[in-house]
Design a protein around this ligand. Structure first.
Ligand SMILES: [Zn+2]
Length: 439
């Protein structure tokens, strides 16, 4: 469900937030296209053939509606859990079963999460059925359900620790818990980002060294990394077997310190020409070189500092107002946890444009870097990039005319339309201007 999803996202997907790439290649152009022989055709704008455009429009409208329904539904579920006394009942069971608060957490948090997951399952399954219907996903239901269970298991570990920690801090320091929570959250998030590629990601997808299956591609990539004046060791490049589940393309940078790496989906290599794959890699390399993960962590830390303080203020107000109605004894009571989640969710919804705008800027910077670092390596670096976006958009049925307000509010990447235009027109070299990142 969205609420849990967004909370997990906050913690887990930092490693996905600023570093998802979006670049693709020609649908039918296999990797046999030589690096130096990029097509001379001109992709000057993002367009879809009529049948795909109709599908993309239908999908865009449907997803827009689902987003509203999903958001409203997740808030209503939390409200219901509070007002129907479900949270208080779970608290009573946990407290009856054990004196120790950690053991209580081991009872209360799974009960709460199971409730949220079960209630959110129909909507999640519907979203997956849409992805299958539009042929964006090829994942079977058994595999999908397994992923849900594994995801919940991972989230359960994280949430149990987090909720146990926060409620303890609230009880011990009613005035400064928000600060101590922040103090503990930041290293916890860094730790999660560090272990995610090693411990969490392999639970959902298979990874292998890129060198193993695509040594020539790695050779070509190393030309790009050298051009950027950077050594990304070969063993920091991975291939993800995305084709077992999806038809769309992607690549990303993830991890922190010793676990930092670049991951390319196998669907990218299958669908993109080598120059286009190199551009995709160049974009990811941009995230890597420009330290977008660290910037993302710092931005998250700043956001959480403000967020936890606001949570503290709002939670005190809400507690005073709803205490009897929601059967809460104190703010550090288990029964108050759904209220904290509710406030946090509402704050996340309201603050979404800040994160989206920030992310779009980083993505744009990575696009600039990708264009610059492949210039002189790809025969027509602008066209490779523009066409990569064209293929990406076509394969993911990205609607070419998204609503500006929705882009501002939700989009973590610039619209494909803008990226194609930018790639097509970005040419500081012929204008005698200085490239921004790669001289
Ligand atoms: Zn990116």
């Amino acid at each position: 469900m969205k609420l849990l999803g967004s909370l997990v996202l906050l913690v887990l997907c930092l490693n996905v937030m600023p570093q998802r790439v979006t670049a693709q290649a020609p649908p039918a152009a296999p990797a046999s296209v030589a690096v130096q022989s990029a097509p001379a055709s001109q992709t000057s704008q993002y367009t879809l053939p009529p049948d795909k455009l109709a599908k993309a429009k239908a999908l865009y409208d449907l997803r827009g509606k689902l987003r509203v329904i999903d958001t409203a539904y997740s808030l209503i579920v939390l409200l219901a859990i509070l007002s129907l006394g479900v949270a208080a009942k779970y608290r009573d069971w946990a407290e009856k079963a054990a004196k120790n608060r950690f053991v209580q957490a081991l009872i209360f948090v799974p009960l709460l999460m199971l409730t949220l997951t079960v209630l959110g399952l129909p909507l999640d399954a519907y979203q997956q059925s849409i992805s299958r219907q539009y042929a964006l996903s090829v994942q079977g239901w058994g595999s999908w359900f397994r992923d849900v269970l594994v995801g919940q298991a991972v989230a359960l570990v994280i949430f149990t620790l987090a909720i146990w920690g926060i409620t303890n801090l609230i009880r011990k320091s009613p005035r400064r818990w928000w600060f101590y929570t922040w103090l503990m959250a930041v290293p916890f998030i860094i730790f999660l980002i560090f272990i995610a590629p090693i411990v969490i990601d392999p639970l959902f997808n298979k990874f292998e060294p890129l060198d193993q299956s695509n040594p020539q591609l790695v050779d070509a990539i190393q030309k790009v990394t050298q051009r950027g004046g950077l050594e990304i060791p070969r063993d920091r490049m991975f291939l993800m077997k995305a084709s077992e589940k999806v038809t769309t393309l992607n690549a990303y940078v993830t991890g922190f310190g010793p676990s930092k790496r670049v991951v390319v989906w196998d669907t990218t290599i299958k669908n993109a020409s080598t120059p286009e794959t190199l551009f995709v890699f160049g974009h990811e390399m941009g995230h890597y070189v420009l330290n977008h993960i660290v910037i993302g962590i710092i931005a998250t830390a700043v956001g959480l500092f403000i967020g936890f303080y606001l949570l503290y203020l709002i939670a005190n107000w809400a507690f005073a107002r709803f205490q009897p109605r929601w059967h809460m004894r104190e703010l550090g009571d288990w029964a108050a946890v759904p209220m904290l989640l509710l406030i946090f969710s509402i704050m996340s919804i309201i603050s979404q444009p800040i994160g989206s705008t920030f992310s779009r800027q980083l993505e744009h910077n990575a696009d600039v870097y990708g264009l610059e670092v492949t210039h002189g390596i790809n025969a027509n670096s602008q066209e490779s990039a523009a066409h990569a976006f064209q293929v990406l958009g076509e394969l993911s049925l990205s609607y070419p005319y998204p609503n500006d307000f929705l882009v501002f509010w939700y989009a973590d990447h610039p619209p494909i339309r803008d990226r194609v235009l930018f790639a097509h027109n970005y040419d500081p070299w012929s204008k005698g201007e200085q490239p921004k990142y790669v001289k």
